[in-house]
Design a protein around this ligand. Sequence first.
Ligand SMILES: [Zn+2]
Length: 206
Amino acid sequence: MDQIKIGKFIADCRKKKNLTQMQLAEKLNITDRAISKWECGRAMPDSSIMLELCETLDISVNELLLGEEIKMENYNKQTELNLIELVKQKEESDKRLLNIEIVLMAISITFFIAIIAIVSFVDMPLWAKIVIGIGGFIQLLASTLICFRIEQKAGYYECQECHHRYVPTFFQSSIAPHMGRTKYMKCPKCGKKSWQRKIISKKDND
Ligand SMILES: [Zn+2]
């Protein structure tokens, strides 16, 4: 999505409706600073306000996301393209998250080992060792939870039996035995247990 183009389009539509930024802001119950941010391309309208904004400006959500008017004959084609673009963006952000997970875990484990070394070899009172040790453990635990969350949310798991692709629940994903990112889980569709690979795309084309 081209935020600058979308911003210009919002400004054009607003002017066509003879509204100032302030007047549009009042209609939407938000600040005129927010409108100004959209129009400069520094932020996107929140999804919660998108529908109301489009209604006020007499445009479709598709037109807003594209940043231009869509002629009727191109409409279906364009809807499809926008959906594809959204899916592509989710896939890219999922890939990024999974990379962040690796970095986060590496940093966290290194940090934990460093703390164990400090507690073991540096001369300090027992209470200090306990406090530092607990701190190190908490940061490791927090990072692990964040990584579990990323693994659950980013991408999909594929059942080896029926090839159904799905997002497991946080609990299911966290307690499942795993090898790397492949997890042993029960498929919600066919009910069989299998080693399920992490897959970025929902569709069967990779
Ligand atoms: Zn299955």
